[in-house]
Structures are given as C-alpha cells and as structure tokens.
Design a protein. Structure first.
Length: 258
C-alpha cells in the first residue's frame, strides 16, 4: 500500500472534512486515518509450533465483519500478515457519539465506504472497532485470531493491531466504561496470544518517515499505545488517551498478572 493516493487530499480539505457533522463526519474519518501507512506488508510467515503463553486472556466475543459490511463489500487483494502482534494502537473514529448501538454496524459500513471508495484504500484500516456499548466488531479482513497487517498507524502497521473506539473523545468527553473495558479485554487477548504484558513496551521499526520517526528507526513504544505515539495527531483524543493507563492495568489483570 503506497502513500501517494492518501496525500492527494489537501491538508485544508482534510481539516474541513473532520468538522463535518453526523454521517458526513464518519465518512470524513480524517483525524485518525490521515496517519495510515501503505508500505508493502510482509508475506504470511509459515505456522510454527510455540508453547502456550504463560499469561493469556479469554477471547472476547467479536462480531464478524459480515454483520456490518452487507452489499458494500468491494473486491480487494488478499489479506497480509505479520508473524505476531506485539503492540496495539488505540484510535477514535472522529464520528458522532450519540448513536444507538444498534446502528453501529451501519456506521462502520459508512467508515468502510469512506476509506475504500473516497480514499481508494483496499479495506477498512482498523483491525477492530468497539462501540460505546462495548461490542467488539471485526474490522479489517483476514481473521481475528491472526496477525493481520492493518492500515491504521503511519509507520507502525507491522506487528501491531489497530482498535478504533467508535466516536470522538476529545478533552472533557465522557468515555463509556463498557467501551474501555471491551478495549482492555480485546487487548489482553490479542497481546496474550504472544504472552505480552499490556503494561510493557514493544520495540517497533518505523516503515515510513511520515510517522514521528524516520523510516528504519527502531523505537520503543507502549505495548498499548495511542495513535499519537506513532504519528503526529490528536487521536485518540485527550479523554481516551487519559484512560490508557487504566486500560493497561485492566488488560494485565485479565491476563492474570499482578
């Protein structure tokens, strides 16, 4: 996935799109997806036998993408994979918060159409989307149990998973506990597949100089990080960012860590 098409959108236009209300804002998807990376992904690694991790967590209920994509699905290349997931990036979708949770599939479908049609991406960038009621949805295709390479964080899509909170969580906006609990549970399970502590750190290599770090730079980031840790953005919003320490602790507890 090269970056050229994404950057045809003028910066001023992207700012305007981010301010559009209601579903238009969902289609805009600017604040948290301007930082995606289209560098080529690694081919799938052959399956290897690994011992069960000492610290794992139960897999949460995940609604399959068939529940939201409907007839909006476009032809796309096969999914790409890394060897494992060692970090999780949290986003918000920069869309309205006052939705009925029954409408979440429709909103996710609009996000998908906005990214695939308007921006010519190959799929939804996020691996997972979590609504305000705590329902977890499969996002990007490829299998929730597998280390699918996403398109969610400029420079750091490899060996990471992107979880998007459905809504806008700028300073002062309440963040539903059901949402943060679900994100923590999803993180605990996803990092637990590799036996990794959500309170720890991950060494990642930047694949794109449009991130905070020059391409090829090895950096140490939180294992559960906000989008702004890897890219110059306000995403996932100050309110959601402030909840990251709590989510790390909850995820670690769910893995049986003390």
């Amino acid at each position: 996935m090269g970056d050229s098409r994404l950057h045809r959108v003028p910066r001023a236009a992207r700012v305007v799109l981010a301010c559009l209300p209601a579903i238009a804002a969902a289609l805009g998807l600017v604040a948290c997806t301007a930082g995606v990376d289209r560098t080529p992904a690694r081919r799938a690694h052959p399956a290897t036998s690994r011992p069960a991790p000492a610290h794992s967590a139960a897999k949460p209920r995940i609604v399959p993408r068939t529940a939201w994509i409907g007839d909006a699905e476009r032809g796309q290349p096969p999914p790409r994979y890394d060897d494992r997931v060692i970090a999780v990036f949290i986003h918000h979708t920069d869309s309205p918060n006052g939705y009925d949770c029954a409408d979440a599939p429709r909103i996710i479908r609009y996000l998908y159409v906005g990214q695939v049609d308007s921006r010519d991406w190959d799929d939804l960038g996020y691996n997972f989307v979590v609504d305000r009621c705590g329902t977890v949805y499969e996002g990007r295709a490829g299998g929730v149990d597998r280390p699918v390479t996403g398109a969610h964080t400029q420079g750091f899509n490899h060996r990471t998973a992107g979880i998007a909170a459905l809504g806008t969580f700028t300073a002062g906006v309440p963040v539903p506990k059901a949402m943060t609990d679900a994100i923590a549970a999803l993180t605990a399970w996803k990092l637990g597949l590799s036996g990794l502590d959500p309170r720890g750190t991950a060494r990642l290599v930047s694949s794109n100089s449009l991130s905070r770090f020059a391409s090829g730079t090895t950096v140490t980031l939180p294992a559960l990080a906000g989008h702004n840790a890897g890219y110059m953005t306000s995403c996932p919003g100050a309110a959601l960012t402030a909840r990251l320490p709590e989510m790390r602790q909850t995820a670690a507890h769910l893995q049986g860590r003390h």
